[in-house]
Design a protein. Structure first.
Lengths: 108, 112
């Protein structure tokens, strides 16, 4: 299957801080997605990106589709405790392929 | 909202047992998927189905089989459970051609 390299693997931050995570691949994709998994739940779609260079926001979340089409970035501004969870970058090549995930912990 | 329901949140089974994990979706989606989730590995696709009685192998099908007799139900079968199949199992469904999967809450399976 396709290989996605997501980093960092985990982050421990204070409430109010900004967060950045990214995902890279050796393959080119036409779609990048970002999912979040709350503790004890299945992943939920946050943002979908369909065009190289695209920058899309969803509230405090902003994601970008890299210009090379081999990477994507997710930023969370002014983090709050409910941001805790696992964030996955995801690509689609007929079916979804998930990165390893970034575990986010937010200290109040 | 689409709901994907997995029959059990937690299961404990013995090595060698035959295990059935059930998944039901209520929005008439064509596509259904089974993933397993392990720390540091993300979600890995086991099997998927684009239609009733149709199945395709994913990236890690060994040791698993599936059944889709009705559109709304997709079952994952462990023919002879082994300890390395201890994991979180997630079912998902989607409309044809739509990338937004809806996931169930998962079944945490422990094989002892």
């Amino acid at each position: 299957g396709q290989q996605l390299n997501q980093s960092p693997q985990s982050m421990f931050i204070q409430e109010g801080e900004d967060v950045s995570m990214n995902c890279t691949s050796s393959s080119i994709f036409n779609t990048w997605l970002w999912y979040k998994q709350d503790p004890g739940e299945g992943p939920v779609l946050l943002i979908a990106l369909y065009k190289a260079g695209e920058l899309t926001s969803n509230g405090r979340l902003t994601a970008q589709f890299g210009i090379t089409r081999k990477d994507s970035f997710l930023n969370i501004s002014a983090s709050i405790p409910s941001d805790v969870g696992i964030y996955f970058c995801v690509t689609s090549y007929g079916k979804l392929t998930f990165g390893q995930g970034t575990i986010l912990t937010v200290h109040p | 909202d689409v709901k994907v329901t997995q029959s059990s949140r937690y299961l404990v089974k013995r090595t060698g047992e035959k295990v059935f994990l059930e998944c039901v979706q209520d929005m008439d989606h064509e596509n259904m998927f089974w993933y397993r989730q392990d720390p540091g590995l993300g979600l890995r696709l086991i099997y998927f189905s684009y239609d009733v009685k149709m199945k395709e192998k994913g990236d890690i099908p060994e040791g698993y089989s599936v059944s889709r007799e009705k559109k709304e139900r997709f079952s994952l079968i462990l023919e002879s459970a082994s300890t390395n199949q201890t994991s979180m199992y997630l079912c998902a469904s989607s409309l044809e051609g739509y990338y937004g999967y809806t996931f169930g809450s998962g079944t945490r399976l422990t094989v002892v």
